[in-house]
Write a protein that binds this ligand. Sequence first.
Ligand code: XIL
Length: 302
Amino acid sequence: GATLQAAAARTGRYFGVALAAGKLNDSTYTTIANREFNMVTAENEMKMDATEPNQNQFNFSQGDRILNWATQNGKQVRGHALAWHSQQPGWMQNMSGTQLRNAMLNHVTRVATYYKGKIHSWDVVNEAFADGNGGARRDSNLQRTGDDWIEAAFRAARAADPGAKLCYNDYNTDNWTWDKTQAVYRMVRDFKSRGVPIDCVGFQSHFNAQSAYNSNYRTTLSSFAALGVEVQITELDIEGSGQQQAQTYANVVNDCLAVPACKGITVWGVRDSDSWRSYGTPLLFDNSGNKKEAYTATLNAL
Ligand code: XIL
Protein backbone atom coordinates (compact mmCIF):
# COMPACT_ATOMS: atom_id res chain seq x y z
CA GLY A 1 0.00 0.00 0.00
CA ALA A 2 1.14 3.50 -0.73
CA THR A 3 1.04 4.75 2.82
CA LEU A 4 3.57 4.42 5.62
CA GLN A 5 1.20 2.47 7.84
CA ALA A 6 0.26 -0.02 5.11
CA ALA A 7 3.87 -0.54 4.09
CA ALA A 8 4.98 -1.05 7.70
CA ALA A 9 2.11 -3.45 8.33
CA ARG A 10 3.37 -5.77 5.61
CA THR A 11 6.19 -6.80 7.97
CA GLY A 12 4.06 -6.66 11.12
CA ARG A 13 5.34 -3.26 12.19
CA TYR A 14 3.64 0.01 12.99
CA PHE A 15 4.39 3.50 11.75
CA GLY A 16 3.51 6.21 14.24
CA VAL A 17 3.43 9.96 14.75
CA ALA A 18 3.42 12.39 17.66
CA LEU A 19 0.28 14.54 17.68
CA ALA A 20 -0.66 17.71 19.55
CA ALA A 21 -4.24 18.03 20.81
CA GLY A 22 -4.31 21.69 19.85
CA LYS A 23 -3.90 20.79 16.17
CA LEU A 24 -6.67 18.21 15.91
CA ASN A 25 -8.92 20.83 14.31
CA ASP A 26 -6.39 21.40 11.51
CA SER A 27 -7.73 19.26 8.69
CA THR A 28 -4.47 19.21 6.69
CA TYR A 29 -2.77 17.84 9.80
CA THR A 30 -5.42 15.25 10.67
CA THR A 31 -5.83 14.12 7.07
CA ILE A 32 -2.14 13.25 6.85
CA ALA A 33 -2.09 11.72 10.31
CA ASN A 34 -5.11 9.53 9.60
CA ARG A 35 -3.90 8.41 6.19
CA GLU A 36 -0.24 7.63 6.95
CA PHE A 37 0.04 6.45 10.54
CA ASN A 38 -1.42 3.70 12.73
CA MET A 39 0.24 4.58 16.05
CA VAL A 40 -0.09 7.86 17.95
CA THR A 41 2.00 9.42 20.73
CA ALA A 42 0.74 12.48 22.62
CA GLU A 43 3.48 15.05 22.09
CA ASN A 44 2.89 16.61 25.54
CA GLU A 45 -0.59 15.69 26.79
CA MET A 46 0.22 12.59 28.85
CA LYS A 47 3.30 14.02 30.56
CA MET A 48 3.48 14.56 34.31
CA ASP A 49 2.69 18.28 34.26
CA ALA A 50 -0.32 17.75 32.01
CA THR A 51 -1.83 14.83 33.89
CA GLU A 52 -1.18 15.84 37.53
CA PRO A 53 -1.05 19.65 37.59
CA ASN A 54 -1.81 19.66 41.32
CA GLN A 55 -0.80 16.82 43.57
CA ASN A 56 -3.42 14.08 43.49
CA GLN A 57 -5.66 16.09 41.18
CA PHE A 58 -5.43 14.36 37.86
CA ASN A 59 -6.44 15.93 34.56
CA PHE A 60 -6.77 13.66 31.57
CA SER A 61 -8.73 16.04 29.36
CA GLN A 62 -5.93 16.75 26.86
CA GLY A 63 -4.59 13.21 26.92
CA ASP A 64 -8.09 11.96 26.26
CA ARG A 65 -8.40 14.20 23.21
CA ILE A 66 -5.40 12.40 21.72
CA LEU A 67 -6.57 8.97 22.85
CA ASN A 68 -10.11 9.51 21.58
CA TRP A 69 -8.92 10.77 18.19
CA ALA A 70 -6.67 7.75 17.91
CA THR A 71 -9.36 5.29 18.96
CA GLN A 72 -11.99 6.82 16.68
CA ASN A 73 -9.60 6.48 13.77
CA GLY A 74 -8.45 2.96 14.56
CA LYS A 75 -4.98 3.86 15.79
CA GLN A 76 -3.03 2.43 18.70
CA VAL A 77 -1.41 4.70 21.30
CA ARG A 78 2.05 4.90 22.84
CA GLY A 79 1.92 6.39 26.32
CA HIS A 80 4.51 9.10 26.93
CA ALA A 81 5.79 9.44 29.65
CA LEU A 82 5.12 8.33 33.22
CA ALA A 83 8.33 9.46 34.99
CA TRP A 84 10.78 12.07 33.71
CA HIS A 85 12.99 14.80 35.14
CA SER A 86 11.50 17.29 32.67
CA GLN A 87 8.00 18.71 32.32
CA GLN A 88 7.22 17.94 35.93
CA PRO A 89 4.45 19.97 37.58
CA GLY A 90 5.75 22.73 39.84
CA TRP A 91 4.70 20.97 43.02
CA MET A 92 6.85 17.98 42.11
CA GLN A 93 9.90 20.01 41.10
CA ASN A 94 10.18 21.20 44.69
CA MET A 95 9.94 17.74 46.23
CA SER A 96 12.65 15.35 47.35
CA GLY A 97 13.32 12.14 49.25
CA THR A 98 10.63 9.69 50.29
CA GLN A 99 7.88 12.22 49.65
CA LEU A 100 8.97 12.56 46.01
CA ARG A 101 9.47 8.82 45.55
CA ASN A 102 5.95 8.16 46.79
CA ALA A 103 4.50 10.96 44.69
CA MET A 104 6.23 9.57 41.59
CA LEU A 105 4.95 6.04 42.27
CA ASN A 106 1.44 7.37 42.91
CA HIS A 107 1.62 9.23 39.60
CA VAL A 108 2.75 6.14 37.70
CA THR A 109 0.02 4.06 39.31
CA ARG A 110 -2.80 6.52 38.80
CA VAL A 111 -2.00 7.43 35.20
CA ALA A 112 -1.30 3.85 34.10
CA THR A 113 -4.49 2.73 35.87
CA TYR A 114 -6.60 5.42 34.19
CA TYR A 115 -5.37 4.33 30.76
CA LYS A 116 -5.32 0.61 31.58
CA GLY A 117 -5.97 -1.57 28.55
CA LYS A 118 -5.71 1.34 26.11
CA ILE A 119 -1.96 1.77 25.72
CA HIS A 120 0.21 -0.31 23.39
CA SER A 121 3.49 0.70 25.10
CA TRP A 122 4.30 3.09 27.93
CA ASP A 123 7.49 5.09 28.15
CA VAL A 124 7.69 4.37 31.88
CA VAL A 125 10.94 6.25 32.43
CA ASN A 126 12.31 8.84 30.04
CA GLU A 127 15.88 10.18 29.75
CA ALA A 128 17.36 8.94 33.04
CA PHE A 129 20.97 8.77 31.87
CA ALA A 130 23.50 11.58 31.49
CA ASP A 131 25.06 12.61 28.19
CA GLY A 132 28.77 12.34 27.55
CA ASN A 133 31.35 9.98 28.91
CA GLY A 134 31.06 7.85 32.01
CA GLY A 135 27.62 6.36 31.57
CA ALA A 136 26.26 7.92 34.75
CA ARG A 137 22.68 8.46 35.67
CA ARG A 138 21.39 11.95 34.99
CA ASP A 139 21.28 14.02 38.13
CA SER A 140 17.65 14.89 38.90
CA ASN A 141 15.29 15.07 41.83
CA LEU A 142 14.05 11.59 40.92
CA GLN A 143 17.58 10.17 40.73
CA ARG A 144 18.36 11.65 44.14
CA THR A 145 15.60 9.48 45.64
CA GLY A 146 17.88 6.50 44.99
CA ASP A 147 19.18 4.41 42.09
CA ASP A 148 16.25 2.03 42.35
CA TRP A 149 13.72 4.70 41.30
CA ILE A 150 13.67 3.34 37.74
CA GLU A 151 12.86 -0.24 38.64
CA ALA A 152 10.33 0.94 41.21
CA ALA A 153 8.56 2.89 38.46
CA PHE A 154 8.51 -0.16 36.18
CA ARG A 155 7.07 -2.38 38.93
CA ALA A 156 4.34 0.15 39.67
CA ALA A 157 3.48 0.44 35.97
CA ARG A 158 3.28 -3.34 35.54
CA ALA A 159 0.98 -3.67 38.55
CA ALA A 160 -1.31 -0.93 37.21
CA ASP A 161 -1.52 -2.07 33.57
CA PRO A 162 -0.24 -5.60 33.03
CA GLY A 163 -1.21 -5.49 29.35
CA ALA A 164 0.94 -2.55 28.28
CA LYS A 165 4.48 -3.04 27.08
CA LEU A 166 6.79 -1.14 29.40
CA CYS A 167 9.64 0.78 27.77
CA TYR A 168 12.71 2.67 28.87
CA ASN A 169 13.07 5.64 26.45
CA ASP A 170 16.10 7.88 25.82
CA TYR A 171 18.13 9.87 23.25
CA ASN A 172 21.83 9.63 22.36
CA THR A 173 21.52 5.89 22.90
CA ASP A 174 21.60 5.05 19.20
CA ASN A 175 25.38 5.04 18.71
CA TRP A 176 26.68 1.72 19.99
CA THR A 177 30.10 3.20 20.90
CA TRP A 178 28.73 5.83 23.27
CA ASP A 179 29.02 5.38 27.03
CA LYS A 180 25.38 6.40 27.47
CA THR A 181 24.25 3.60 25.15
CA GLN A 182 26.36 1.06 27.01
CA ALA A 183 25.06 2.24 30.39
CA VAL A 184 21.43 1.82 29.32
CA TYR A 185 22.34 -1.57 27.85
CA ARG A 186 23.79 -2.68 31.20
CA MET A 187 20.67 -1.48 33.03
CA VAL A 188 18.36 -3.41 30.72
CA ARG A 189 20.56 -6.51 31.01
CA ASP A 190 20.44 -6.20 34.79
CA PHE A 191 16.64 -5.71 34.77
CA LYS A 192 16.15 -8.79 32.60
CA SER A 193 18.45 -10.88 34.81
CA ARG A 194 16.64 -9.85 38.00
CA GLY A 195 13.11 -10.01 36.64
CA VAL A 196 12.38 -6.29 36.75
CA PRO A 197 9.43 -5.91 34.35
CA ILE A 198 10.73 -4.27 31.17
CA ASP A 199 9.49 -5.14 27.69
CA CYS A 200 10.98 -2.59 25.35
CA VAL A 201 13.56 0.09 24.82
CA GLY A 202 12.65 3.26 22.97
CA PHE A 203 15.28 5.02 20.90
CA GLN A 204 14.15 8.61 20.45
CA SER A 205 16.45 9.12 17.46
CA HIS A 206 16.50 12.91 17.21
CA PHE A 207 19.32 13.10 14.69
CA ASN A 208 21.23 16.29 13.96
CA ALA A 209 24.82 17.39 13.37
CA GLN A 210 25.80 16.91 17.01
CA SER A 211 23.92 13.63 17.40
CA ALA A 212 24.23 12.20 13.94
CA TYR A 213 22.90 8.92 12.63
CA ASN A 214 25.68 6.33 12.69
CA SER A 215 25.70 3.10 10.73
CA ASN A 216 26.22 1.17 13.97
CA TYR A 217 22.56 1.96 14.81
CA ARG A 218 21.63 -1.49 13.55
CA THR A 219 24.15 -3.06 15.94
CA THR A 220 22.60 -1.06 18.78
CA LEU A 221 19.09 -2.22 17.95
CA SER A 222 20.09 -5.86 17.55
CA SER A 223 22.24 -5.86 20.69
CA PHE A 224 19.37 -4.60 22.84
CA ALA A 225 17.01 -7.04 21.13
CA ALA A 226 19.33 -9.88 22.09
CA LEU A 227 18.61 -9.05 25.74
CA GLY A 228 15.01 -10.10 25.13
CA VAL A 229 13.33 -6.73 24.76
CA GLU A 230 11.43 -5.21 21.87
CA VAL A 231 13.03 -2.11 20.38
CA GLN A 232 11.05 0.82 19.06
CA ILE A 233 12.13 4.01 17.32
CA THR A 234 10.04 6.47 19.25
CA GLU A 235 10.70 10.11 18.29
CA LEU A 236 12.42 10.09 14.93
CA ASP A 237 13.37 13.35 13.27
CA ILE A 238 16.42 14.00 11.09
CA GLU A 239 17.95 17.42 10.55
CA GLY A 240 18.78 18.23 6.95
CA SER A 241 17.06 18.31 3.58
CA GLY A 242 16.88 16.74 0.16
CA GLN A 243 18.48 13.47 -0.82
CA GLN A 244 20.88 13.38 2.09
CA GLN A 245 18.05 13.57 4.61
CA ALA A 246 16.03 11.10 2.56
CA GLN A 247 18.91 8.61 2.58
CA THR A 248 19.23 8.84 6.37
CA TYR A 249 15.51 8.15 6.80
CA ALA A 250 15.93 5.12 4.53
CA ASN A 251 18.93 3.95 6.57
CA VAL A 252 16.90 4.12 9.78
CA VAL A 253 14.05 2.16 8.21
CA ASN A 254 16.44 -0.45 6.83
CA ASP A 255 18.07 -0.86 10.24
CA CYS A 256 14.70 -1.43 11.90
CA LEU A 257 13.64 -3.91 9.24
CA ALA A 258 16.91 -5.82 9.71
CA VAL A 259 16.07 -6.44 13.38
CA PRO A 260 13.01 -8.66 13.93
CA ALA A 261 12.43 -7.20 17.41
CA CYS A 262 12.23 -3.66 16.01
CA LYS A 263 8.45 -3.39 15.95
CA GLY A 264 7.81 0.16 14.91
CA ILE A 265 8.91 3.65 14.06
CA THR A 266 7.34 6.90 15.26
CA VAL A 267 8.19 10.30 13.79
CA TRP A 268 8.03 13.29 16.14
CA GLY A 269 5.48 15.37 14.29
CA VAL A 270 3.63 15.60 10.97
CA ARG A 271 4.95 18.61 8.98
CA ASP A 272 8.25 20.45 9.36
CA SER A 273 6.25 23.32 10.84
CA ASP A 274 4.93 20.99 13.56
CA SER A 275 8.41 20.04 14.75
CA TRP A 276 9.53 20.84 18.28
CA ARG A 277 12.83 21.93 16.76
CA SER A 278 12.98 25.67 16.38
CA TYR A 279 14.94 25.46 13.13
CA GLY A 280 15.34 23.15 10.19
CA THR A 281 13.14 20.78 8.27
CA PRO A 282 13.41 17.43 10.08
CA LEU A 283 10.14 15.66 9.22
CA LEU A 284 8.48 13.85 6.30
CA PHE A 285 5.99 16.53 5.15
CA ASP A 286 6.70 20.16 4.30
CA ASN A 287 4.91 23.09 5.88
CA SER A 288 2.06 22.76 3.39
CA GLY A 289 1.66 19.05 4.01
CA ASN A 290 3.34 17.92 0.80
CA LYS A 291 5.37 14.71 0.82
CA LYS A 292 9.11 15.36 0.89
CA GLU A 293 11.90 13.28 -0.62
CA ALA A 294 12.35 11.93 2.89
CA TYR A 295 8.79 10.59 2.76
CA THR A 296 9.32 8.80 -0.53
CA ALA A 297 12.61 7.29 0.67
CA THR A 298 10.95 6.11 3.88
CA LEU A 299 8.01 4.56 2.03
CA ASN A 300 10.27 2.85 -0.48
CA ALA A 301 12.49 1.42 2.24
CA LEU A 302 9.56 -0.08 4.19
C1 XIL B 1 9.04 17.89 23.34
C2 XIL B 1 7.80 18.39 22.64
O1 XIL B 1 7.88 18.04 21.29
C3 XIL B 1 7.68 19.89 22.81
O2 XIL B 1 6.43 20.36 22.32
C4 XIL B 1 7.82 20.28 24.28
O3 XIL B 1 7.86 21.70 24.39
C5 XIL B 1 9.08 19.70 24.89
O4 XIL B 1 9.07 18.30 24.70
N1 XIL B 1 12.31 14.06 24.15
C6 XIL B 1 11.06 13.65 24.56
C7 XIL B 1 9.86 14.42 24.16
O5 XIL B 1 10.95 12.59 25.17
O6 XIL B 1 8.86 14.40 25.15
C8 XIL B 1 10.20 15.85 23.82
O7 XIL B 1 9.03 16.48 23.31
C9 XIL B 1 11.35 15.90 22.84
C10 XIL B 1 12.59 15.28 23.41
